[in-house]
Design a protein around this ligand. Structure first.
Ligand code: HEC
Length: 173
């Protein structure tokens, strides 16, 4: 019994040492051009999805069907999000093409998320990705405006987007 426990302990210590040697050796390729393997992708995917769902559970969603709010959200979106996520009639910028993981075209993916989840991700950002935490510089009110705008994104035409942003300017906070 005792012997077996010692064997298991020895194996754990050896695996741990191999791991330490591996991370110090530099042989892991940190390049953003080399995709994760399937197992890593699965672990990150499950962790990310469940973390977002768990943390946005108790968020109370305000009324998002407010034209002034949608307009304010559109102005901020144009300023801060278009390069990475694109907008109606505007493709993603080259910065988005080089990021790993790649930012999604939001018009295609917002329907997969609830407004509370969109709010949480926009406010907190997502660790180890290019997605910034906008809550360090923006009030909850501005972030809800972004969510109100994103909710309208999937069916928006380039003309509608241009009309929304043509005469508003987002202030810098
Ligand atoms: C520098 C690039 C960059 C900018 C700028 C950026 N994002 Fe992101 N965003 C990302 C990346 C990368 C992801 C994907 C993260 C992942 O794979 O987990 C992401 C994911 C998201 C998601 C989750 C979407 C999905 O389907 O997975 C939302 C919502 C989002 N961003 C909103 C915004 C908003 C709103 C803004 C502007 C206020 C913004 N982002 C600005 C890079 C960016």
């Amino acid at each position: 019994m005792m012997k077996n426990l010692l064997k298991i302990l020895a194996v754990i210590i050896i695996l741990f040492l191999i791991f330490i040697i591996y991370i110090y050796s530099g042989s892991y390729n940190i390049s953003a051009m080399v995709p994760h393997n399937k197992l890593t992708r699965w672990v990150i995917g499950v962790t990310t999805d469940n973390s977002i769902k768990h943390h946005s559970k108790n968020i109370t969603v305000p009324n998002l069907n407010d034209d002034a709010m949608i307009k304010m959200g559109a102005a901020h979106y144009k300023e801060m999000c278009v390069d990475c996520h694109g907008a109606p009639g505007i493709p993603q910028d080259e910065i988005a093409k080089g990021l790993y993981p790649k930012p999604p075209v939001l018009a295609r993916t917002v329907h997969e998320w609830t407004p509370a989840e969109l709010f949480w991700m926009t406010k907190n950002g997502i660790k180890m990705t290019g997605m910034p935490a906008w809550g360090t510089t923006h009030s909850d009110e501005k972030i809800w405006a972004l969510v109100a705008f994103m909710e309208k994104l999937p069916n928006m035409t380039p003309e509608e987007f241009n009309n929304l942003v043509k005469d508003v300017k987002a202030d810098n906070d």
